[in-house]
Design a protein around this ligand. Structure first.
Ligand SMILES: CN1c2c(nc(N)[nH]c2=O)NC[C@@H]1CNc1ccc(C(=O)N[C@@H](CCC(=O)N[C@@H](CCC(=O)N[C@@H](CCC(=O)O)C(=O)O)C(=O)O)C(=O)O)cc1
Ligand SMILES: N[C@@H](CCS)C(=O)O
Ligand SMILES: [Zn+2]
Length: 767
């Protein structure tokens, strides 16, 4: 057995898990129905993996909402107020209240969940667009087994006839991904109390018949303090002794292990998985330094992108390993869990066949893994045909005229330093004040209004050809007009058109730009039941014509108040797409920057006085290692500035960021030099604003006063309090009033009172 997998996407080809979750949450399906769908998906995915040649697929890689949440629940890391009592299993109601906040339903009350219990904090899983729920540890945290889900999953697969390799989030990564309640203390200090539960889990897995367990320690790709390396050594010493017949396969992914490689190779584990897509250089080092009997898992198939593997190149890596080590001590695998890949390319019948031939989704990636594993055990001859076919595809892709556009190359070559420069902020500010004449504490929103079922259904009907383009357009126009009238009525100062015509803030733009392709069902989980369909950047990017100007112009025509044009910035467009791997990412970002610049200047020419260039993925794009930050940040700032700097001083540029910590990149955010930045701060009660204060952020700022992630409608007094906190820290004349983020996931019943109260709070402050 040499072909392995680290994790499979959970949602299902048709996003069956999303449908089942949302049906359950809306009361249309009971727990049994949800659990039945989940079990069906697991069974289907094990069968699929076995069919393509993964003899021992992973188990316990599934989660209803998030695997970090499940792991925390399994070990009793559950704050008070969520209806769980030590010694009891964790109910689905508790799990979903932790994930989404209490809804105040009768079911929750019956489960003992406090009505206002908030959702756990959600943050980015390393540098991906997957979000996990942050475990909160108490200083006196007692870890208590609430069940053994890894054992249950293993048994479930076994009953279906499938041997599996259970996956556990390793103890050190688990602690480092969490935070201490109140912020004081070091989660690693909790390790001794945590290890007995891991040991018990391993013993039970061994007793159930598991031969190996995958211990995920993605923290190995980060800059670790020496204490974390010590913790890894201490942890695995204990765990290796817990169930001696069980092989522990340590899995590190998302980057180069660098100084942590020696630590990993020194741990008493049976094997180590390496991400050789992100860090091919690790192979040589590992081959030289690994203990002679350590299994090496070669992650040579990219789990984070959609390109078909260059099998000859990957086979060279595999062969280099085989030259140094018996093949029994080698495994072939994707670089990381396939959680970040869409499921199956077979459904992409709408894609241009040539382009489709260049791509691989989860299923195809596992086929590639199986081919390489076969080559490893049976020799090159056994996979000669597959290698030849892959070579032909790679060659065709390299030579394809669709990749390169001389006009784009020329545009970039003609780029000048001035493209990224505007006149100083003080000068712009005066010009903008004269033009916009906004009151103090101006109110606005971040762009999107509710994407109602009606709007989604209309879009789907149009896609199926059931309504005409004209009818769809008229329907959206009516929604927009309503939204504009309503914004005027409640007295917002800077209006938005509502983004009703957009399916997603990235995918929507992909439809207009060259070099992009969009898939039919290339869904990837973003958080809980929410999915995104990252577009594919396969060639040079340019903007053949305006993308948003017509909607913006028509929106502005409906009101005397300033209308804000709404765009996604180059850094985020890149980060949330599947990006071509034949040229540097920075080159693609630069192409995007010029394309968006043209849109910004066209919006200005159409009379739009304010343009917001969203960059919520600005921080997410940071490399995992600090010594690579500088190069990224310099380039990301420059690209943002290219996109923003084509306009006159009196045109106001906004940007927006959410899900981000700003403390360590404040200087760069200031360098972006947006006239106004809106940030998410409500959930942390303005904590995030501290960075802007400490840094004396020079431009205008809209700290979010309304947490849009929860259905709860905030009181005006609450928002007023937050604004007062902000006004103590930032000069009042530089403060804007807005929600944390766009309102697309909310319902109008929540949005209407919330924004009315937000305007009220701003008026009180003005007084
Ligand atoms: C701000 N966020 C975003 C991130 N990444 C992005 N690419 N986009 C983002 O907005 N990362 C960080 C955060 C993550 N947050 C979210 C928030 C919300 C969603 C979300 O709501 N996703 C939707 C899918 C959105 C979409 O593309 N919708 C399409 C298709 C709708 C659909 O499913 N249609 C059905 C038929 C429907 C019907 O008949 O009624 C179909 O095609 O089968 C659209 O609106 O047209 C989700 O549903 O998960 C994601 C990330
Ligand atoms: N303009 C977007 C930003 C989301 S981060 C929206 O309002 O949905
Ligand atoms: Zn946002």
């Amino acid at each position: 057995m040499t072909a392995y997998n680290l994790g499979f996407p959970r949602m299902g080809l048709r996003r069956e898990l999303k449908t089942a979750l949302e049906a359950h949450w809306s009361g249309q399906a009971d727990e049994a129905a949800l659990l039945a769908t989940a079990a069906e998906l697991r069974a289907r995915h094990w069968a699929l993996q076995r069919a393509v040649g993964i003899a021992v697929p992973p188990s316990n890689d599934f989660a209803l909402y998030d695997h970090v949440l499940d792991h925390a629940c399994a070990f009793g890391v559950i704050p008070e107020g969520y209806g769980w009592r030590p010694g009891e299993p964790v109910s689905l109601a508790t799990r979903f209240a932790l994930a989404r906040g209490a809804r105040g339903t009768a079911g929750e009350r019956a489960a003992g969940i406090a009505p206002g219990a908030p959702a756990l904090e959600m943050t980015k899983w390393f540098d991906t667009n997957y979000h996990y729920l942050v475990p909160v540890f108490r200083p006196d945290q007692a870890f208590i087994a609430t069940g053994f889900p890894a054992v249950d999953a293993f048994e479930e697969a076994k009953a279906l006839g499938y041997p599996t390799r259970p996956v556990l989030l390793g103890p050190v990564s688990f602690l480092l991904l969490g935070k201490m309640a109140g912020g004081a203390g070091d989660p690693l200090a909790l390790l001794p109390g945590l290890l007995p539960l891991y040991a018990e889990t391993l013993r039970r897995l061994a007793a159930a018949g598991a031969r190996e367990v995958q211990m995920d320690e993605p923290c190995l790709s980060l800059d670790l303090q020496p204490a974390a390396r010590t913790a890894l050594r201490a942890a695995y010493l204990v765990l290796a002794g817990a169930a001696p017949r069980l092989s522990l396969m340590l899995a590190a992914y998302f980057g180069d292990l660098r100084e942590n490689l020696e630590t990993a190779l020194g741990l008493p584990v049976a094997g180590l998985h390496l991400d050789l897509v992100r860090a091919p250089r690790m192979l040589d080092l590992a081959l030289r330094q690994a203990p002679p009997r350590m299994m090496l898992s070669l992650g040579v198939v990219d789990g984070r992108n959609v390109w078909a593997t260059d099998l000859s190149r990957a086979f060279q890596q595999v062969r280099a390993a085989a030259a140094a080590r018996r093949f029994e001590l080698l495994q072939v695998a994707p670089s990381c869990s396939l959680l970040h890949s869409p499921v199956d390319l077979a459904g992409e019948t709408g894609l241009d066949p040539e382009l489709r031939g260049w791509m691989a989704f989860a299923r195809q990636k596992l086929e590639e893994v199986a081919i390489l594993a076969r080559g490893l055990t049976a020799g090159r001859g056994a996979i000669a045909a597959e290698l030849a076919a892959s070579d032909a595809r790679q060659e065709a892709r390299r030579r394809s005229p669709r990749l390169h556009d001389p006009a784009v190359a020329e545009r970039l070559a003609a780029g000048r330093a001035e493209d990224a420069a505007r006149v100083p902020f003080a000068e712009r500010r005066m010009a903008q004040q004269t033009r916009l004449r906004l009151p103090g504490f101006p109110t606005t929103t971040i762009g999107s209004f509710p994407q109602t079922a009606e709007i989604r259904a209309a879009r789907a009907a149009r896609k199926r050809g059931e309504v005409t383009e004209a009818a769809y357009h008229a329907f959206l126009t009516e929604r927009m007009a309503e939204a504009i009238r309503w914004q005027e009525e409640i007295g917002l100062d800077v209006l938005v058109h509502g983004e009703f015509e957009r399916n997603d803030m990235v995918e929507h733009f992909a439809d207009f730009l060259t070099g992009f392709a969009v898939t039919k069902s290339g869904w990837v989980q973003s958080y809980g039941s929410r999915c995104v369909k990252p577009p594919v950047i396969f060639g040079d990017v340019s903007r053949p014509g305006p993308m948003t100007v017509e909607w913006a112009r028509r929106a502005q025509a409906l009101t005397e108040r300033p209308m804000k044009g709404m765009l996604t910035g180059p850094v985020t467009m890149l980060q949330w797409s599947f990006v071509r791997d034949d040229i540097p990412r920075a080159a693609v970002r630069r192409q995007l920057a010029y394309a968006i610049r043209d849109e910004v200047t066209d919006l200005e020419a159409a009379g739009i006085p304010i343009v917001q260039i969203d960059e919520p993925a600005f921080r997410e794009g940071l490399p995992l290692r600090r010594d690579e930050w500088d190069a990224y940040l310099t380039d990301a700032v420059h690209c943002f500035r290219i996109s923003a700097s084509g306009v006159r001083p009196e045109t106001q540029i906004h940007t927006h960021m959410c899900y981000s910590e700003f403390n360590d990149i404040m200087d760069r955010i200031a360098q972006m030099d947006a006239d106004v930045i809106s940030i998410e701060t409500a959930r942390s009660r303005m904590e995030l604003l501290a960075a802007f204060v400490d840094f004396a952020y020079p431009n205008e700022i809209g700290p979010g006063v309304y947490d849009i992630h929860a259905p709860r409608v905030p009181e005006a007094a609450e928002m007023e309090r937050l604004l007062r906190i902000a006004a103590q820290r930032v000069p009042a004349e530089r403060i804007w009033v807005n929600p944390d983020c766009g309102l697309k996931t909310r319902r109008w019943e929540e949005v209407r009172p919330a924004l009315q109260r937000m305007v009220e709070a701003a008026r009180t402050l003005r007084g």
